[in-house]
Structure formats: C-alpha cells, structure tokens
Design a protein around this ligand. Structure first.
Ligand SMILES: *[C@@H]1O[C@H](CO)[C@@H](O)[C@H](O)[C@H]1NC(C)=O
Length: 403
C-alpha cells in the first residue's frame, strides 16, 4: 500500500530527526562549557540594549538605586546594586537627587551607603537572584520594590554573579559561592551591619548560593547566624533539578532521559555543577542543633516558599528540602522517610485555602518552615506579599527569641 508508507515515512523520518537532535543535545551536555550555559543561562541577559547602570529604566527614582562594583578575592569584578528603602529615600530625597547618577566609583562616598552604615536600625536583605538575566531583568526590580517599599527600613544589596551582566569572569559553583561570600563580607565589614540585621534572600539557582553562604557562616566558631534565610522556588540539588527542570516552564531538559535511570546516572556523573543544597541544609541544621544550649545565643530561621504552579522548578523540591531539614533535627536513630513526613504534614500543616498552606518545624537551635502557595509561578512570586512577609518575619525572628 504505497499511500500509507508515503505518509508514514516522512513521519518516522521527522520522529527520528527529533530523537536524533535530542540525543545530540544530551551528548553535548557532557561538554562543561555548554553545561554552564544550560545551568546558568548567564548569556541570556534579557536586558539587551539596556544599561544596568541606569536603574530608572526599571522604574526606580533618581539615586534610589546605587550601582557599584565589588572585587572578589580571586580578582573578579562584580556588578552590584544598593536599593534604598522608600522611607529612607523620602527623608533624604533632596540630597539624593543632587548626587551624581550612574555607576558609582566609590560607594563609601555616597549618601545612600551612609544611610545604611550609620543607621543602627537599618535592616539589610542580601539578594541572590536566579539563573539568566541581570540585576534588572524579569521580576527582579518588582521584587526589590516589594521588599524595600514597606514602612520598615529594608535596604537591599544585590549582585550579578561572575559571568552575568557586566560582571567579569565565568560562572561556576565555587565561583558563585565566592561571589556570595564577597557580598556578605562587604555587608558585615564595610557596611558594618551585624548578622542579626541581615536576611539572606534568594530565588531559584540563587537559593543554592544562599544555602552555601548560610552554611559557611553557620559553621564558623562561634556560628554566625543571620536573622533568617528566605528561599523562593529552591531546588534540592542539580541532579534532581536536571530530572525535573523545564526551560521557560515548558521545554523538558532531561526528563526524557529520566526514563532510563542508568543513562541519567551516567549523565549526572558528567555534570560538574552539583549544588548539593539538601545536604548542606541538613548539615547546617545538624551542626547548629548539636551546639550546647548555653552556647546558643541565636536561632536559625529558614523559610522555603514555592508556588504550586511553578512550571520551571516543581514544588516537590521544597518538599524534599524540608524533609532533609526536618530529618536533620531528629536524633540519628529516628530517621524519617519522605512519606512519614508527608503524613505528619497532612495532620499538622496550617491550611490557608486558596492561599495554600504552611508548616513549621522547630529544631533545638531554630525553625524551618515550608510555605506552599497556589499561585505565583516561578518568578513573579518574588514580588508577592507572602515573600515580603517572610522576609520581615525573619527580621523579627530574633526579637521573639529574646522575649
Ligand atoms: C536522616 O538522618 C539520619 C541521621 O541523622 C541519616 O542517617 C539519614 O541519612 C537521613 N536521611 C536522609 C534522607 O537524609
């Protein structure tokens, strides 16, 4: 029957073509440089033809944002933004307007920096953005505004990691951690903000940086604890992310390969970026919980927030992270399975109807909570009140501990 084969042949040909292209793509993923492009998407700047030293383009007031450079210990130059709280801006509007705009040569000369450094009530969000884009792309400007345009005194320091935007270098797991630590060190040492007035905030791939940074400081002796760490749309680790990630919420990356576990395991061996967030989170909690009560002056406060309609990183990742965190608060003999915790959550979580639900778990040395909202997608959730509230609750977490 010539007619059927005439139809089938091109169809099969197309199918073989698609499978072939996908197989070639998966093989290409074993090349480190290409992996970096897929994981960090740092060349997808999204703010094409826009100068990230002109924050007015994203709706900010004149000198509400001060762009500046930070040097890392390994010789990279990071592009950073300091966003002023709206109230602080109002009180100093006249002087701020008179200052020069654009990339600032010496941040320490600027009024904005003095308003952070010299105000003992200033609170600071250290902001680690997600993959792709720059400081000004996507929902990030809206997110800075949602955090800083409140009645409280919240400043924001955000960076473009190495290889992103106008920062120098090429991204890597270790490099992003160095960048994160450089920003925190600047906040602690140059701006002189104590950790209890700092909340580490991150979204998407930034959550891996935030967890690594928080872990690094928690393991100091004595531990350095921030007011809180707020993680939006986090992921458990790169191996699980690769299995579930969809580019732009639609194109599955490796989920077709995941049907062949051996092949996926093989491929994961080639992926050099690991970001073992679930292990780091658990390790940090175990470490802090085991400190003697007398030595424990402050508490860890970790919030995981995820939207059910996040099509880029599914919210099961927050379930997995929360499980590892809760398990780390238990005695080693009382190991908890994922399903055990799901049963406990079914009984103990606080249902919020169309707002989703939340669940809080207290360890000996602090609190970890999971908040799942029904709506918010992957990015726009950053600008939602659930996130602003979590950040402001984190700022207050230490007062409550002191009461
Ligand atoms: C849970 O904690 C125990 C001991 O603290 C550990 O041996 C086990 O591997 C942990 N489970 C997971 C899934 O991490």
């Amino acid at each position: 029957m010539p007619s059927i084969s005439a139809v089938l042949k091109p169809l099969l040909g197309t199918l073989a073509g698609i499978v072939g292209i996908y197989a070639a793509f998966v093989c290409l993923l074993t090349i480190p440089t290409l992996q970096d492009h897929v994981i960090f998407l740092h060349k997808v700047t999204l703010t094409w033809f826009q100068d990230v030293n002109v924050p007015e383009q994203w709706g900010f007031l004149r000198n509400q944002v001060t762009p500046f450079h930070l040097k890392t210990p390994d010789g990279q130059t990071l592009h950073a933004w300091h966003v002023l709280p709206l109230e602080t801006y109002r009180k100093n509007q006249k002087e701020l307007r008179e200052e020069p705009t654009g990339l600032c040569e010496d941040i320490e000369d600027r009024l904005s920096f003095k308003l952070l450094k010299e105000d003992p009530t200033a609170q600071l969000v250290i902001y680690f953005h997600g993959a792709a884009g720059t400081l000004g792309s996507g929902w990030r400007p809206q997110s800075y505004r949602a955090l800083s345009a409140t009645s409280t005194n919240v400043h924001i320091l955000a960076i473009d990691y190495r290889g992103f935007g106008t920062s120098t270098g090429w991204p890597s797991e270790a490099g992003l951690l160095t960048d994160g630590l450089t920003l925190v060190k600047f906040a602690l040492d140059e701006a002189g903000i104590p950790p209890e007035r700092i909340v580490v905030f991150a979204q998407s791939i930034g959550t891996a940086v935030a967890i690594a940074v928080t872990h690094h400081y928690a393991l100091q002796s004595p531990p350095v604890l921030f007011a809180g760490t707020v993680l939006v749309a986090p992921f458990a680790d790169v191996a699980q992310l690769a299995r579930t990630y969809k580019v732009a919420g639609t194109v599955p990356l490796l989920s077709p390969v995941a049907f062949f576990p051996k092949l996926l395991a093989l491929l994961n061996r080639f992926i050099r970026t690991k970001f073992p967030s679930k292990e780091k989170l658990a390790d940090m909690i175990r470490h802090l919980d085991s400190a003697k009560t007398g030595e424990r002056r402050r508490k860890y406060d970790i919030t995981l927030i995820h939207a059910e309609d996040d099509y880029d990183i599914p919210w099961i990742h927050s379930d997995v992270l929360f499980w590892h965190a809760v398990n780390a608060t238990l005695e080693p003999s009382a190991s908890l399975t994922f399903d055990d915790l799901e049963k406990i959550k079914a009984k103990q979580k606080t249902p919020l109807g169309a707002g989703g639900w939340e669940m809080e778990w207290e360890g000996k040395g602090g609190v970890v909570r999971e908040q799942i909202v029904k709506h918010g997608l992957h990015d726009r959730i950053m600008s939602y009140p659930v996130v602003s509230l979590a950040v402001s609750q984190a700022f207050h977490s230490q007062d409550e501990a002191r009461d």
